[in-house]
Design a protein around this ligand. Structure first.
Ligand code: 5RP
Length: 228
C-alpha cells in the first residue's frame, strides 16, 4: 500500500526545490520556522556558492552559523537577491499570514529589502480567504491593552496576548482570532496605523512572488493569481 506523505516530508521537498532560486555569489535572506529550518539544512549543502545570508530571527542566525554559513547584519548589506521563508497561510494572490513563530517584524524587513520572495509551504497553508490562522500583531509592551481595544473595535475579532512570549525585539504579540480577511492590503495598513503596533503578520503590500507548495503529488510552483 502506498504511504501518505507527511507534512514534514512536504516541507523537506519544498526546501529542496527552493535551492533552485538561490543565486550564486549573492547574499540571500532566510526566514524562520520549521520549513525555513529544513531550507537552512539544504542550503548548507551548497553553502560555498553563496556569499552569506541575512537572518530573520536569532534562531535562524544560530542555525545558519551552526552550519558554517556567514550571517550578515542587514545594515551592512545593500541588496538581498532572494528571500526564502515559510508562511502560516497563503491565498491565491500570494498574500500571506506570517508570524506564527513570532518573527514577523524582522521577516517583513528582510522581505522588503529582497528582490524576490519565494515562499515555501506544505499544501495545508493554501487557503481561499486568509484569517483562520490567528493574525499576529507585534506591539510595544506599554501599548498592549490600548492596541487590543483598537484591534477589537477595528476588526471585530478577538485579540489574545501570546502568553510567555517576547519577540527578538523585546516586544509582545497579540494574536487576532476569528477574522475573514477580504482585503488583506487594507487591513495590513489599518493595523499598522494603531499607535504602539510595530507591524502585523499580513504580507500583502509585499506578498510572495512565488509559492512553492508541497503536495502529495509533488511540488507545485504558484505565481500570484491576477484577478480582473
Ligand atoms: C515565523 C513564520 C513562519 O514562516 C510560519 O510560522 C510558518 O512556520 P512553519 O514553517 O513552522 O510552518 O512566519 O514567524
Amino acid at each position: 500500500m502506498e504511504q501518505k506523505m507527511t507534512q514534514d516530508e512536504m516541507k523537506i521537498e519544498v526546501a529542496k526545490a527552493a535551492l533552485k532560486y538561490v543565486i550564486p555569489e549573492t547574499i540571500i535572506g532566510v526566514g524562520t520556522g520549521s520549513t525555513a529550518n529544513f531550507f537552512i539544512d539544504e542550503l548548507a549543502t551548497i553553502k560555498e556558492r553563496i556569499e552569506g545570508a541575512v537572518a530573520s530571527s536569532v534562531a535562524t542566525a544560530n542555525r545558519l552559523e551552526d552550519h558554517g554559513i556567514t550571517v550578515f547584519d542587514l545594515n551592512d548589506v545593500e541588496e538581498i537577491s532572494v528571500y526564502i521563508d515559510g508562511a502560516d497561510e497563503s491565498d491565491k494572490q500570494l498574500n500571506l499570514i506570517k508570524g506564527g513563530g513570532g518573527a514577523l517584524t524582522r521577516e517583513k524587513i528582510v522581505a522588503a529589502v529582497s528582490s524576490q520572495f519565494v515562499c515555501i509551504a506544505d499544501e495545508s497553508k493554501l487557503v481561499s480567504v486568509l484569517g483562520d490562522f490567528p493574525l499576529p500583531v507585534e506591539v510595544i509592551p506599554m501599548s498592549t491593552n490600548y492596541a487590543k481595544r483598537q484591534i477589537v473595535k477595528m476588526t471585530g475579532g478577538s485579540a489574545i496576548l501570546r502568553e510567555g512570549f517576547t519577540t527578538d525585539n523585546g516586544n509582545l504579540i497579540l494574536d487576532i482570532h476569528d477574522l475573514k480577511i477580504e482585503d488583506p492590503k487594507r487591513l495590513e495598513n489599518q493595523l499598522n496605523n494603531i499607535v504602539g503596533v510595530v507591524t502585523n503578520g499580513l504580507f500583502a503590500g509585499r506578498g510572495a512572488d512565488i509559492l512553492l507548495l508541497g503536495t502529495a503529488n509533488g511540488v507545485q510552483t504558484i505565481t500570484p493569481l491576477i484577478e480582473n
